[in-house]
Ligand binder design. Sequence first.
Ligand code: AMP
Length: 214
Amino acid sequence: MDAIILLGAPGSGKGTAASRLIARLGVQHVSSGDLLRNAVKAGTPAGREAEGFMKRGELVPDELIGRIIADLLTSGKSGAKYLLDGFPRTVAQAEMLDRVVAQSGGRILGTVLLDVSEAILVERLAGRRVCPGCAAGYHVRTMPSKVSGVCDHCGAGLVQRSDDTPDTVRNRLSVFSRQTAPLIEWYGARKALVRVDGVGSADEVAERIIQALS
Ligand code: AMP
């Protein structure tokens, strides 16, 4: 199994870029945040363990998310190609991912960091809306739904993620600079990281990522 890693702060547009890249790169999208939110919704033991961390905007323990991701990656087809969005977020998770990929005989095809300034991240997270039905993402100003508050794809009412509130957003951004910035240095030191400007339309950013990976 091969993997492409998409790194970036909360609000950097990883999910939006990923939705554009699935068909173009022939990858399966794995969002660690979506996996955890689904586990919380379903009330699984992993979801119950993760819920408090997520509400506070903290990272869930490496061991918990590592197990969920490893199970998913190792249960897929051997030739599968994954686009990892939101995982890894710590050096320990990256080391675990290296082991799982190596054990499968695959490799990491690229690591992309979406670069976005903090002021833009805050603005994006405050205006972000999501569809609880089909997980489509919107922004009240830059990517509004056709009918205000209603999903274009499935007609469900749009909601704000519970961790997109101002206090939790502040915490998530500080957790990112404390815990995920060392990971960026770690990939940088291995010369395995490409930085891509994350400001622009979703199509422009997706195109830049494709160029950076080629
Ligand atoms: P996201 O949708 O990627 O912003 O993730 C939402 C929340 O899920 C984060 O604030 C964390 O609490 C948790 N989470 C997602 N991915 C990870 C990860 N790789 N490691 C630890 N916690 C994670």
